[in-house]
Design a protein around this ligand. Structure first.
Ligand code: NAI
Ligand code: 13P
Length: 332
């Protein structure tokens, strides 16, 4: 199969390697011509995955038309909030029958749309042609070929199975799921919960606090997802609990690290500067996830508090006090 991966940051680059290792002909698109040149010449991506040897068969280009020509699978891994503007340019170049796979974990600001919804809207592609990949997929671990499971979600299950087969590599094991809404929401909301866990970690709190936030974060994600039509069981799976645990526990997570900075007393701007251009999606998607929840009348206290820390001057200390002083209730 011929595949294009649009976005050569951490995940786009690692995912392109998975595709090559699964036996495909892959071209990686980089926004900056100089990065495309370095990847093509050195078979490394020093800006995002230093020390990782990329397969020499992996092509890299700054020319989106060249990357997309003849592609049967197009995977997109750019910051969620830049998807719409980029897709407008890419849409005329997309092969008409290609499967479009979102690797992104965010909800669009302003519209509160999921990434697959933005793809459908801008490209006009039928939902059956659009798939979502989600799960506990820290890019660096996958680039290091550490055994990892993932989920391919598509409303067209035959297509999900075809993608699953195409992506299977010795260290990468995809499962299928027809619940696109649940898989996408699981991925987007866990970034917000990881910010909360990071904030608590930055304040010096330990594993009880983290596990409490993870578990109640999962409850909040399930509540929102169910209200939006997702299958509640999805949140017990890789795109729910799996990704939440990986992201909230790992020092590799940009969202958790971002939260740790906030909890340690840094401002939003300071934390943003420290990411060196790498994306911490939750710091933006907390606003669109909150909007989505408010539209559907769903209580999302952790998301609401994270949004307030990021944008309304709530202090980390006041955030934790707010959680602990909520009215007592039954767990389920
Ligand atoms: N890094 C990871 O472990 C995983 C990331 N994801 C998701 O994948 C998406 C991409 O994440 P990463 O690759 O990690 O991000 P990253 O920050 O490592 O790389 C982002 C890439 O997008 C490019 N970019 C930045 N602004 C752009 C713009 N305006 N237009 C076009 N390209 C632009 C950057 O140059 C870079 O190549 C995010 O939604 C993230 O949540 C999902 C699973 C795992
Ligand atoms: O989505 C991820 C792991 O599944 C990566 O999380 P971060 O974006 O927080 O690094």
């Amino acid at each position: 199969m011929r595949a294009a991966v649009l976005g050569s940051g951490n995940w786009g680059t690692a995912f392109a390697k998975v595709l090559v290792d699964a036996g495909h002909e892959v071209t990686l698109w980089a926004r900056r011509p100089e990065l495309a040149e370095v990847i093509a010449r050195t078979h490394t991506n020093p800006d995002y995955l230093p020390g990782i040897a990329l397969p020499p068969q992996l092509s890299a280009t700054h020319d989106a038309a060249a990357a997309l020509a003849g592609a049967e699978l197009v995977a997109i891994a750019i910051p969620a909030q830049t998807l719409r503007e980029n897709l407008v340019g890419w849409a005329p170049l997309l092969p008409p029958t290609a499967t479009l796979v979102s690797l992104m974990k965010g909800v669009e600001l302003g519209t509160a749309k999921r990434m697959s919804e933005v793809i459908a809207e801008v490209t006009g592609a039928a939902p059956e042609r659009i798939a979502v990949l989600s799960g506990p997929n820290l890019a660096l671990e996958i680039a290091r070929e550490q055994p990892t499971a993932t989920v391919v979600a598509c409303t067209d299950l035959d297509r999900a199975v075809a993608i699953q087969r195409a992506l299977t590599a010795p260290y990468f094991r995809p499962y299928t799921n027809a619940d696109v809404v649940g898989c996408e929401l699981g991925g987007a909301v866990k970034n917000v919960i990881a910010l909360a866990v990071g904030i608590a970690h930055g304040m010096g709190y330990g594993d009880n606090t983290a596990a409490s936030l993870i578990t109640r974060g999962l409850a909040e994600t399930s509540r929102l997802g169910t209200a939006l039509g997702a299958d509640p069981l999805t949140f017990a799976g890789l795109a729910g609990l799996g990704d939440l645990v990986a992201t909230c526990s790992s020092p590799l997570s940009r969202n958790r690290a971002f939260g740790t900075r906030l909890g340690g007393g840094e401002s939003l701007q300071q934390a943003q500067e420290a990411t060196h251009g790498q994306v911490a999606e939750g710091a933006k998607s907390c606003r669109s996830v909150l909007e989505l929840a408010q539209r559907h009348g769903v209580d999302v206290p952790i998301t609401q508090a994270v949004e307030a820390v990021c944008f309304r001057g709530l202090t980390p200390q006041a955030m934790l006090e707010r959680f602990m002083s909520r009215s007592v209730k039954s767990e389920v």
